[in-house]
Design a protein around this ligand. Structure first.
Ligand code: CA
Length: 229
């Protein structure tokens, strides 16, 4: 049974969530501080982290950034402010999903199950191991290198790039990419793909500023130019 770590300092919210997760057959444990969360994750055996952004000792973003140095465990943020959402899905945090407060405990349990589902199987067509031009895809290690540098990608960014890399030069529509990478329907549409294309582009540009291998095809979608080789 997957083990969920709930990191939440408000006891009432924690109790409600633990109850809801238990009802859905999910095994959850609870800590109230960021430092305790990092210790628990380092100990191992955690399959998913539900992480409150506002914690007393360190904020949830710092917790996530720190745990990402050593762990790819899926993280769902619990956030009270919708302004934080762009940071969560954006470049630097490495979260997998978010739920805005006030939330229904059932919604949280549904998200947890969705993230756990897609944490297991890779997106269809994306698990192709090997080297294509400037890119090397290590499907077992869930990582992709570009021009000899391993990219530091979030789960969605990895899925997106892997999906494009599976069909070099071919145009993938936003809808196709949504289907392959965002396997739950709770995420929003075109903007989600575009936002992640933007962040992946930024990471590729950090390695080769002039190359820009992700091509935009207006009204159609995106393709990947894998370069030489
Ligand atoms: Ca809090």
């Amino acid at each position: 049974m997957p083990k969920i770590l709930l990191v939440e300092d408000e006891a009432a919210i924690a109790d409600t969530l633990l109850y809801a997760l238990g009802r859905e057959g999910l095994d959850a444990c609870h800590v109230a501080l960021g430092r305790a969360a990092l210790d628990a994750i380092a100990t191992g055996g955690i399959d998913l982290v539900l992480l409150d952004v506002g914690l007393p000792d360190m904020d949830g973003f710092s917790v996530c950034r720190e745990l990402r140095r050593t762990s790819q465990v899926p993280v769902i943020f619990l956030t009270a402010r919708s302004e934080e959402v762009d940071r969560i899905v954006g470049l630097e945090i490495g979260g997998d999903d978010y739920v805005c407060k006030p939330f229904s405990p059932r919604e949280v349990a549904t998200r947890v199950k969705a993230v756990l589902r897609r944490a297991r199987p890779m997106p269809e067509g994306a698990a192709t191991d090997g080297s294509t031009g400037d890119f090397v895809h290590d499907a077992a290690g869930l990582r992709i290198s570009y021009r000899g540098v391993w990219l530091d990608l979030t789960r969605y960014e990895y899925g997106l790039l892997a999906a494009l890399l599976a069909r070099p030069g071919a145009v993938s529509s936003r809808a196709t990419l949504m289907d392959r990478v965002w396997t739950d329907a709770l995420e929003s549409g075109d903007r989600t793909v575009d936002t992640h294309v933007k962040t992946v582009r930024a990471k590729l540009a950090a390695i080769a500023p002039d190359a820009d291998p992700i091509r935009t095809h207006r009204g159609l979608g995106y393709s990947l130019d894998t370069g030489r080789g």
